[in-house]
Write a protein that binds this ligand. Structure first.
Ligand SMILES: *Cc1c(COP(=O)(O)O)cnc(C)c1O
Length: 393
């Protein structure tokens, strides 16, 4: 009998089960919206990144259907061979204008944009100075580049400066931060990091995945929010979160983008977006420009929900965005909190090590523009009952 060479994975899974950390995927029936059916239960949904409700916006849906009728369902090739359609170029031009940069390259996802960009521009001679809580796709891009990676404690600009002071002036350096940190909901210290980048001659890169559609004028992101235009060399955004569809993009100078067209591996070796996805993204930009009141609603809901959690005495960390963590302690406690909330009709995903530190396990909540006050109050009431039961408040 052949011995299963993957049996060690079963052992690992058994160990997760014993620790109470094994998760099965929750199944969404129907649309991703403020209240949705997951695992045959209708719940107030605080777990999506669908900040503005654009996954089901009529204009995005109609644009996709029309693009399928006009162009079919697939692009049939990678961007650098036969897979660049006029609609891909139109999206890049629109995004560049939106971001106030010379040019943009669109990737299949935010993950591909980060990993593909960092690995394309750096080599093993170079060094990356990276916030400890930067997103996994940045970390993977850093590893693929084979550059040296120096990590500074979360938002600790003084520590980043100490690292930079010890590096040879001639070495190429990339200073990189998330605009909004995905698990904490706090903002990267962009003004201070831009100063540092200029002082030490670093390439400055900001990943604005959770900021696109949320911060800045009409959702232009944290560079706009902090008025750092012209001081950030590389901006990454996603089309998969507030924009409601799928994709990632990199914004910067014309030559930088032209270089990515030649060297970014996801751009060269992975098929481009279906035209329908691109059409939905273009429609999303129309919505951001013409219906900015949805961003206002997102922020009004954010203020209401955060104030409710804080007044009950939950530990919500240092969030400054619609991402509000509710910190529970160890992983088992966080999963218990999430499971009990689900039974009470609220979906807030539990998040534990290795995504966050072992003693900072949490449920993460994200409100959207489309939640009603009633839905948010229902969720707050459930948090109160379960929080008291678990001794969190
Ligand atoms: C979600 C996220 C990404 C990845 O974006 P996708 O489009 O989902 O691949 C990259 N960076 C950060 C900070 C994110 O939160």
């Amino acid at each position: 009998m052949r011995v299963d060479p993957l049996a060690f994975l079963t052992t690992e899974l058994d160990s997760l089960r014993e620790q109470g950390l094994h998760r099965s995927l929750r199944i969404l029936e129907g649309r991703q919206q403020a209240s949705s059916r997951f695992d045959a239960r209708t719940v107030v949904n605080l777990s999506s990144n669908n900040y503005l409700g654009l996954t089901t916006h009529p204009r995005l849906i109609e644009a996709a259907i029309q693009a399928i009728r006009d162009y079919g369902v697939g692009s049939g090739s990678v961007r650098t061979i036969a897979g660049t359609m006029e609609i891909h170029m139109e999206l890049e031009r629109r995004l560049a204008a939106f971001k106030n940069t010379e040019a943009v390259a669109v990737f299949q996802s935010g993950f591909a944009a980060n990993a593909g960009t960092v690995s394309a521009i750096l080599t093993k001679e170079d060094v990356i100075i990276s916030d400890a809580l930067n997103h996994a796709s940045i970390i993977d891009g850093c590893r693929l580049s084979r550059a040296a990676i120096k990590v500074f404690p979360h938002k600790d600009v003084a520590a980043a400066r100490t690292i930079l002071k010890e590096l040879p002036g001639s070495q190429r350096k990339l200073l990189i931060t998330d605009g909004v940190f995905s698990m904490e909901g706090d903002l990267g210290p962009l003004p201070e990091l831009c100063d540092l980048a200029e002082e030490f001659g670093c390439i400055m890169m900001v990943d604005d995945a959770h900021a696109s559609g949320v911060f800045g004028r009409n959702g232009r992101g944290t560079i706009d929010h902090f008025n750092m235009h012209g001081r950030v060399d590389i901006q990454v955004g996603t089309l998969s979160k507030a924009i409601g569809a799928l994709g990632g993009y990199v914004a910067g100078s014309k030559d930088f983008i032209d270089f990515l067209y030649h060297r970014a591996r996801p751009f060269l070796f992975s098929t481009s977006h279906p035209p329908s996805v691109v059409a939905s993204c273009l429609a999303a930009l129309d919505v951001l420009e013409q219906e900015p009141e949805i961003i206002e609603r997102l922020w009004a809901n954010t203020r209401f929900f955060k104030a409710g959690l804080e007044s009950m005495g939950f530990d919500t960390g240092l969030s400054e965005s619609p991402i509000t963590p509710v910190i529970a302690g160890d992983g088992v406690r966080a999963m218990k909190l999430s499971d009990r909330l689900f039974q009470e009709g609220v979906f807030a995903q539990g998040i534990a090590f290795p995504t966050v530190a072992r003693d900072k396990a949490r449920v993460r909540t994200i409100v959207t523009a489309t939640h009603s006050q009633n839905e948010l109050q229902f969720a707050l009431d459930a948090f109160k009952r379960v929080g008291l039961e678990l001794g969190l408040i």
